[in-house]
Design a protein around this ligand. Structure first.
Ligand SMILES: Nc1nc2c(ncn2[C@@H]2O[C@H](COP(=O)(O)OP(=O)(O)OP(=O)(O)O)[C@@H](O)[C@H]2O)c(=O)[nH]1
Ligand SMILES: [Mg+2]
Length: 359
Protein backbone atom coordinates (compact mmCIF):
# COMPACT_ATOMS: atom_id res chain seq x y z
CA UNK A 1 0.00 0.00 0.00
CA UNK A 2 1.34 3.36 -1.04
CA UNK A 3 0.35 6.70 0.50
CA UNK A 4 1.29 10.05 -0.98
CA UNK A 5 2.37 12.81 1.40
CA UNK A 6 1.14 16.04 -0.12
CA UNK A 7 0.69 19.66 0.92
CA UNK A 8 1.66 23.21 0.10
CA UNK A 9 5.32 24.22 -0.20
CA UNK A 10 6.99 24.48 3.22
CA UNK A 11 4.12 22.81 5.05
CA UNK A 12 6.57 20.25 6.43
CA UNK A 13 5.93 17.29 4.14
CA UNK A 14 9.52 16.07 4.17
CA UNK A 15 9.71 16.71 7.92
CA UNK A 16 6.63 14.53 8.52
CA UNK A 17 7.97 11.93 6.09
CA UNK A 18 11.17 11.80 8.15
CA UNK A 19 9.20 11.62 11.40
CA UNK A 20 7.16 8.67 10.13
CA UNK A 21 9.92 6.73 8.41
CA UNK A 22 13.01 7.65 10.43
CA UNK A 23 14.41 9.05 7.20
CA UNK A 24 16.94 11.83 7.06
CA UNK A 25 15.98 13.67 3.91
CA UNK A 26 16.88 17.31 3.69
CA UNK A 27 14.27 19.83 4.74
CA UNK A 28 14.72 23.47 3.98
CA UNK A 29 13.25 26.89 4.56
CA UNK A 30 13.67 27.68 0.88
CA UNK A 31 11.15 25.50 -0.87
CA UNK A 32 12.35 24.61 -4.34
CA UNK A 33 8.80 23.88 -5.40
CA UNK A 34 10.30 21.04 -7.43
CA UNK A 35 8.44 17.91 -8.41
CA UNK A 36 10.37 15.36 -6.43
CA UNK A 37 9.45 12.07 -4.76
CA UNK A 38 11.08 10.40 -1.75
CA UNK A 39 9.90 6.91 -0.85
CA UNK A 40 10.25 4.71 2.24
CA UNK A 41 8.46 1.69 3.68
CA UNK A 42 7.67 1.38 7.39
CA UNK A 43 6.21 -1.26 9.67
CA UNK A 44 2.70 -0.59 10.91
CA UNK A 45 2.98 -0.59 14.70
CA UNK A 46 0.65 -3.15 16.24
CA UNK A 47 0.58 -3.84 19.94
CA UNK A 48 -1.07 -7.19 19.26
CA UNK A 49 2.00 -8.39 17.37
CA UNK A 50 4.19 -7.26 20.26
CA UNK A 51 2.09 -9.35 22.67
CA UNK A 52 2.00 -12.39 20.36
CA UNK A 53 5.76 -12.16 20.03
CA UNK A 54 6.12 -12.21 23.81
CA UNK A 55 3.82 -15.24 23.98
CA UNK A 56 5.27 -17.40 21.17
CA UNK A 57 8.87 -16.24 21.31
CA UNK A 58 9.23 -16.88 17.54
CA UNK A 59 12.43 -16.85 15.51
CA UNK A 60 11.00 -14.10 13.37
CA UNK A 61 8.37 -11.38 13.80
CA UNK A 62 6.82 -9.60 10.84
CA UNK A 63 4.58 -6.57 10.86
CA UNK A 64 2.50 -5.30 7.97
CA UNK A 65 3.89 -2.28 6.18
CA UNK A 66 3.02 0.92 4.38
CA UNK A 67 5.01 2.83 1.80
CA UNK A 68 5.03 6.59 2.09
CA UNK A 69 5.88 8.78 -0.88
CA UNK A 70 6.81 12.38 -0.10
CA UNK A 71 5.60 14.19 -3.19
CA UNK A 72 7.03 17.70 -3.41
CA UNK A 73 6.01 20.48 -5.76
CA UNK A 74 2.27 20.74 -5.33
CA UNK A 75 0.88 24.28 -5.22
CA UNK A 76 -2.08 26.35 -6.22
CA UNK A 77 -2.40 26.50 -9.99
CA UNK A 78 -0.47 23.29 -10.61
CA UNK A 79 -3.52 21.55 -12.04
CA UNK A 80 -3.46 23.77 -15.07
CA UNK A 81 0.32 24.00 -15.32
CA UNK A 82 2.84 22.18 -17.44
CA UNK A 83 3.55 19.62 -14.72
CA UNK A 84 -0.02 18.44 -14.66
CA UNK A 85 0.54 15.20 -16.58
CA UNK A 86 3.61 13.98 -14.72
CA UNK A 87 2.19 15.06 -11.42
CA UNK A 88 -1.16 13.56 -11.99
CA UNK A 89 0.41 10.20 -12.85
CA UNK A 90 2.32 10.13 -9.59
CA UNK A 91 -0.74 11.17 -7.61
CA UNK A 92 -3.06 8.79 -9.44
CA UNK A 93 -0.88 5.81 -8.51
CA UNK A 94 -1.14 6.14 -4.72
CA UNK A 95 -3.86 4.42 -2.69
CA UNK A 96 -4.51 7.46 -0.52
CA UNK A 97 -3.10 10.73 0.74
CA UNK A 98 -1.57 12.18 3.84
CA UNK A 99 -2.32 15.85 3.45
CA UNK A 100 0.10 17.93 5.53
CA UNK A 101 -1.27 21.26 6.75
CA UNK A 102 1.03 23.80 8.30
CA UNK A 103 0.20 25.17 11.71
CA UNK A 104 3.67 26.10 12.91
CA UNK A 105 5.00 29.63 13.16
CA UNK A 106 8.54 30.08 11.93
CA UNK A 107 9.68 33.41 10.56
CA UNK A 108 12.56 31.76 8.76
CA UNK A 109 10.17 29.61 6.75
CA UNK A 110 7.97 31.61 4.38
CA UNK A 111 4.39 30.45 3.95
CA UNK A 112 3.37 30.59 0.27
CA UNK A 113 0.41 32.85 1.14
CA UNK A 114 2.16 34.60 4.04
CA UNK A 115 -0.42 33.49 6.56
CA UNK A 116 -0.85 30.48 8.85
CA UNK A 117 -4.38 29.42 8.03
CA UNK A 118 -5.02 25.65 8.10
CA UNK A 119 -8.56 25.79 6.72
CA UNK A 120 -7.43 27.93 3.81
CA UNK A 121 -4.49 25.67 2.97
CA UNK A 122 -6.69 22.59 3.03
CA UNK A 123 -9.08 24.23 0.62
CA UNK A 124 -6.26 25.28 -1.72
CA UNK A 125 -5.09 21.72 -2.40
CA UNK A 126 -8.60 20.29 -2.31
CA UNK A 127 -9.47 22.83 -5.00
CA UNK A 128 -6.56 21.68 -7.16
CA UNK A 129 -7.63 18.07 -6.85
CA UNK A 130 -11.23 18.88 -7.73
CA UNK A 131 -9.97 20.74 -10.77
CA UNK A 132 -7.63 17.94 -11.89
CA UNK A 133 -10.46 15.41 -11.57
CA UNK A 134 -12.84 17.68 -13.43
CA UNK A 135 -10.34 17.98 -16.28
CA UNK A 136 -9.99 14.19 -16.49
CA UNK A 137 -13.76 13.76 -16.49
CA UNK A 138 -14.22 16.35 -19.21
CA UNK A 139 -11.53 14.78 -21.37
CA UNK A 140 -13.26 11.44 -21.04
CA UNK A 141 -16.67 12.91 -21.83
CA UNK A 142 -15.27 14.59 -24.94
CA UNK A 143 -13.87 11.27 -26.09
CA UNK A 144 -17.14 9.46 -25.46
CA UNK A 145 -19.09 12.12 -27.33
CA UNK A 146 -16.71 12.00 -30.28
CA UNK A 147 -17.06 8.27 -30.48
CA UNK A 148 -20.83 8.53 -30.38
CA UNK A 149 -20.76 11.13 -33.13
CA UNK A 150 -18.39 9.13 -35.31
CA UNK A 151 -19.97 5.71 -34.90
CA UNK A 152 -23.57 6.55 -34.13
CA UNK A 153 -25.56 3.42 -33.40
CA UNK A 154 -22.50 1.25 -33.99
CA UNK A 155 -20.71 2.77 -31.01
CA UNK A 156 -19.80 0.43 -28.18
CA UNK A 157 -22.73 -0.30 -25.85
CA UNK A 158 -20.63 0.59 -22.80
CA UNK A 159 -20.84 4.25 -23.83
CA UNK A 160 -24.53 4.25 -23.04
CA UNK A 161 -23.77 3.51 -19.39
CA UNK A 162 -20.50 5.37 -19.09
CA UNK A 163 -21.68 8.73 -20.41
CA UNK A 164 -24.39 9.40 -17.82
CA UNK A 165 -22.03 8.22 -15.07
CA UNK A 166 -19.36 10.69 -16.15
CA UNK A 167 -21.98 13.41 -16.42
CA UNK A 168 -22.87 12.75 -12.79
CA UNK A 169 -19.21 12.91 -11.80
CA UNK A 170 -18.90 16.18 -13.66
CA UNK A 171 -21.89 17.75 -11.90
CA UNK A 172 -20.53 16.67 -8.53
CA UNK A 173 -17.07 18.11 -9.19
CA UNK A 174 -18.52 21.34 -10.52
CA UNK A 175 -20.30 21.67 -7.18
CA UNK A 176 -16.85 21.24 -5.59
CA UNK A 177 -17.80 18.02 -3.85
CA UNK A 178 -15.10 15.32 -3.81
CA UNK A 179 -15.97 12.05 -5.57
CA UNK A 180 -15.45 10.10 -2.35
CA UNK A 181 -18.69 11.67 -1.12
CA UNK A 182 -20.72 10.04 -3.91
CA UNK A 183 -22.77 6.90 -3.57
CA UNK A 184 -21.31 4.73 -6.30
CA UNK A 185 -22.15 1.10 -6.98
CA UNK A 186 -19.46 -1.58 -7.23
CA UNK A 187 -19.91 -1.59 -11.01
CA UNK A 188 -19.55 2.16 -11.23
CA UNK A 189 -16.44 2.08 -9.09
CA UNK A 190 -15.03 -0.58 -11.38
CA UNK A 191 -15.71 1.57 -14.44
CA UNK A 192 -13.82 4.54 -13.01
CA UNK A 193 -11.06 2.69 -11.15
CA UNK A 194 -8.52 3.07 -13.93
CA UNK A 195 -8.80 6.86 -13.94
CA UNK A 196 -7.10 7.26 -10.57
CA UNK A 197 -9.38 10.10 -9.52
CA UNK A 198 -7.71 12.08 -6.76
CA UNK A 199 -10.82 13.14 -4.85
CA UNK A 200 -11.96 9.52 -4.68
CA UNK A 201 -8.96 8.46 -2.61
CA UNK A 202 -9.10 8.43 1.18
CA UNK A 203 -7.21 11.21 2.90
CA UNK A 204 -5.66 11.63 6.31
CA UNK A 205 -5.31 15.32 7.08
CA UNK A 206 -2.23 15.80 9.23
CA UNK A 207 -1.87 19.14 10.97
CA UNK A 208 1.81 19.89 11.45
CA UNK A 209 1.97 21.75 14.72
CA UNK A 210 4.87 23.74 16.04
CA UNK A 211 6.02 23.76 19.65
CA UNK A 212 2.50 23.84 20.95
CA UNK A 213 0.23 20.82 20.54
CA UNK A 214 -3.37 21.81 19.87
CA UNK A 215 -6.50 19.85 19.07
CA UNK A 216 -6.60 19.80 15.24
CA UNK A 217 -10.41 19.80 15.35
CA UNK A 218 -10.29 23.40 16.54
CA UNK A 219 -8.53 24.34 13.30
CA UNK A 220 -10.21 22.23 10.64
CA UNK A 221 -13.59 20.66 10.03
CA UNK A 222 -13.64 17.82 7.52
CA UNK A 223 -16.75 17.72 5.44
CA UNK A 224 -16.08 14.63 3.41
CA UNK A 225 -16.15 10.86 3.62
CA UNK A 226 -13.15 8.56 3.98
CA UNK A 227 -11.19 11.25 5.74
CA UNK A 228 -9.64 11.61 9.19
CA UNK A 229 -7.85 14.35 11.03
CA UNK A 230 -4.80 14.07 13.25
CA UNK A 231 -2.12 16.37 14.64
CA UNK A 232 1.64 15.88 14.95
CA UNK A 233 4.53 18.05 16.06
CA UNK A 234 6.50 17.30 12.93
CA UNK A 235 9.74 19.14 13.68
CA UNK A 236 10.02 17.63 17.13
CA UNK A 237 9.13 14.08 16.09
CA UNK A 238 11.47 14.16 13.10
CA UNK A 239 14.29 14.98 15.51
CA UNK A 240 13.29 12.19 17.88
CA UNK A 241 13.12 9.73 14.99
CA UNK A 242 16.85 10.29 14.45
CA UNK A 243 17.76 9.27 18.01
CA UNK A 244 18.40 5.78 19.34
CA UNK A 245 15.85 4.43 21.77
CA UNK A 246 17.60 5.51 24.95
CA UNK A 247 18.25 9.06 23.80
CA UNK A 248 14.71 9.31 22.49
CA UNK A 249 13.35 8.37 25.91
CA UNK A 250 15.52 10.96 27.62
CA UNK A 251 14.47 13.59 25.12
CA UNK A 252 10.81 12.78 25.59
CA UNK A 253 11.12 12.94 29.37
CA UNK A 254 12.80 16.30 29.17
CA UNK A 255 10.07 17.73 26.95
CA UNK A 256 7.33 15.94 28.88
CA UNK A 257 6.11 14.05 25.82
CA UNK A 258 4.28 10.94 26.92
CA UNK A 259 3.44 9.51 23.53
CA UNK A 260 4.62 10.11 19.99
CA UNK A 261 2.04 10.78 17.30
CA UNK A 262 4.08 8.79 14.82
CA UNK A 263 2.45 5.44 15.64
CA UNK A 264 -0.98 6.99 15.68
CA UNK A 265 -0.52 8.60 12.29
CA UNK A 266 0.72 5.36 10.73
CA UNK A 267 -2.12 3.34 12.25
CA UNK A 268 -4.73 5.87 11.18
CA UNK A 269 -3.44 5.90 7.64
CA UNK A 270 -3.61 2.10 7.60
CA UNK A 271 -7.16 1.95 8.94
CA UNK A 272 -8.38 4.68 6.63
CA UNK A 273 -7.54 2.50 3.62
CA UNK A 274 -10.12 -0.07 4.71
CA UNK A 275 -7.35 -2.56 5.45
CA UNK A 276 -7.49 -5.03 8.33
CA UNK A 277 -4.99 -7.51 9.78
CA UNK A 278 -5.07 -11.16 10.63
CA UNK A 279 -2.23 -13.09 12.22
CA UNK A 280 -0.38 -16.33 11.82
CA UNK A 281 1.48 -17.64 14.87
CA UNK A 282 3.98 -20.34 15.72
CA UNK A 283 7.52 -20.98 16.91
CA UNK A 284 9.01 -19.98 13.55
CA UNK A 285 7.16 -16.78 12.89
CA UNK A 286 4.54 -14.45 14.28
CA UNK A 287 3.21 -12.40 11.45
CA UNK A 288 0.53 -9.84 10.59
CA UNK A 289 -1.09 -9.95 7.16
CA UNK A 290 -3.06 -7.12 5.55
CA UNK A 291 -6.30 -7.89 3.79
CA UNK A 292 -9.14 -5.76 2.47
CA UNK A 293 -12.01 -5.56 4.95
CA UNK A 294 -14.76 -8.01 3.98
CA UNK A 295 -12.45 -10.60 2.38
CA UNK A 296 -13.43 -14.27 2.52
CA UNK A 297 -11.09 -16.84 4.08
CA UNK A 298 -9.69 -18.03 0.70
CA UNK A 299 -9.12 -14.42 -0.43
CA UNK A 300 -7.35 -13.60 2.83
CA UNK A 301 -5.29 -16.80 2.50
CA UNK A 302 -4.30 -15.63 -0.98
CA UNK A 303 -2.44 -12.73 0.62
CA UNK A 304 0.06 -15.29 1.94
CA UNK A 305 0.34 -17.16 -1.34
CA UNK A 306 -1.94 -17.69 -4.31
CA UNK A 307 -1.57 -21.48 -3.82
CA UNK A 308 -3.30 -21.13 -0.45
CA UNK A 309 -6.25 -19.46 -2.13
CA UNK A 310 -6.48 -22.02 -4.93
CA UNK A 311 -6.03 -25.04 -2.67
CA UNK A 312 -7.99 -23.64 0.26
CA UNK A 313 -9.81 -26.32 2.27
CA UNK A 314 -10.55 -24.80 5.68
CA UNK A 315 -9.26 -22.24 8.08
CA UNK A 316 -8.65 -22.96 11.74
CA UNK A 317 -9.62 -19.78 13.52
CA UNK A 318 -9.43 -18.29 16.97
CA UNK A 319 -9.25 -14.67 17.96
CA UNK A 320 -6.48 -12.58 19.41
CA UNK A 321 -8.83 -11.35 22.13
CA UNK A 322 -9.72 -14.89 23.23
CA UNK A 323 -6.05 -15.82 23.26
CA UNK A 324 -5.24 -12.89 25.52
CA UNK A 325 -8.17 -13.69 27.77
CA UNK A 326 -7.61 -17.46 28.03
CA UNK A 327 -3.82 -17.48 27.90
CA UNK A 328 -3.02 -20.26 25.42
CA UNK A 329 -4.33 -22.34 22.53
CA UNK A 330 -5.26 -25.33 24.73
CA UNK A 331 -7.52 -23.23 26.90
CA UNK A 332 -9.10 -21.84 23.72
CA UNK A 333 -9.88 -25.38 22.56
CA UNK A 334 -11.25 -26.31 26.00
CA UNK A 335 -13.51 -23.29 25.92
CA UNK A 336 -14.80 -24.33 22.48
CA UNK A 337 -13.48 -21.17 20.91
CA UNK A 338 -11.32 -22.85 18.31
CA UNK A 339 -13.33 -22.93 15.08
CA UNK A 340 -13.11 -24.53 11.67
CA UNK A 341 -14.35 -22.18 8.96
CA UNK A 342 -15.03 -22.77 5.29
CA UNK A 343 -14.84 -20.84 2.04
CA UNK A 344 -17.66 -18.42 2.86
CA UNK A 345 -16.15 -17.21 6.12
CA UNK A 346 -15.52 -13.46 6.26
CA UNK A 347 -12.21 -12.94 8.00
CA UNK A 348 -12.26 -10.45 10.89
CA UNK A 349 -9.60 -8.06 12.05
CA UNK A 350 -7.66 -9.76 14.84
CA UNK A 351 -8.36 -13.34 13.71
CA UNK A 352 -5.54 -15.81 14.13
CA UNK A 353 -5.60 -18.22 11.21
CA UNK A 354 -4.09 -21.51 10.23
CA UNK A 355 -4.95 -22.28 6.61
CA UNK A 356 -5.48 -25.89 5.62
CA UNK A 357 -4.90 -26.33 1.95
CA UNK A 358 -4.17 -28.95 -0.66
CA UNK A 359 -0.99 -28.49 -2.63
N1 LIG B 1 9.38 25.40 13.83
C1 LIG B 1 9.04 24.39 13.05
N2 LIG B 1 9.60 24.30 11.84
C2 LIG B 1 9.25 23.27 11.05
C3 LIG B 1 8.31 22.27 11.45
N3 LIG B 1 8.15 21.39 10.46
C4 LIG B 1 8.96 21.82 9.46
N4 LIG B 1 9.61 22.94 9.81
C5 LIG B 1 10.60 23.69 8.99
O1 LIG B 1 9.95 24.16 7.83
C6 LIG B 1 10.83 24.10 6.71
C7 LIG B 1 10.16 23.33 5.59
O2 LIG B 1 10.00 21.98 5.99
P1 LIG B 1 9.99 20.80 4.92
O3 LIG B 1 9.74 19.55 5.68
O4 LIG B 1 11.17 20.87 4.05
O5 LIG B 1 8.67 21.22 4.13
P2 LIG B 1 8.15 20.62 2.74
O6 LIG B 1 6.68 20.72 2.78
O7 LIG B 1 8.75 19.30 2.50
O8 LIG B 1 8.74 21.69 1.74
P3 LIG B 1 8.91 21.55 0.16
O9 LIG B 1 9.06 20.11 -0.18
O10 LIG B 1 10.16 22.34 -0.15
O11 LIG B 1 7.70 22.19 -0.40
C8 LIG B 1 12.13 23.48 7.19
O12 LIG B 1 13.05 24.51 7.44
C9 LIG B 1 11.70 22.78 8.47
O13 LIG B 1 12.77 22.72 9.37
C10 LIG B 1 7.74 22.38 12.76
O14 LIG B 1 6.93 21.56 13.20
N5 LIG B 1 8.15 23.45 13.50
MG1 LIG C 1 9.90 18.58 0.89
Amino acid sequence: MRLGIIGLPNSGKTTIFNALTGGNYETSAASTGQFEVNTATVNVPDERIDKLKAMYNPKKTTYTNITYADIGGLDKGIGEGALAGQFRNELAQVDGFLHVIRNFENNMVPHPYNEINPANDLEAIDGEFLLMDLMSVETRLDRLENELRAKGKKADASIATEKPLFERLKAQLEDEVPLRNMDLTEDELKTIRGFGFLTLKPVLVVVNMGDEAVDPATLITLEYEKASLVGIQGGLEAEIAQLDEEDAEMFMEEYEITELSRSKVIRLSYELMGIESYFTVGPDEVRAWSFPAGATAPQAAGVIHSDLEKGFIRAEVFTYDDLMELGNENEIKNAGKHRLEGKEYIVQDGDILNIRHSS
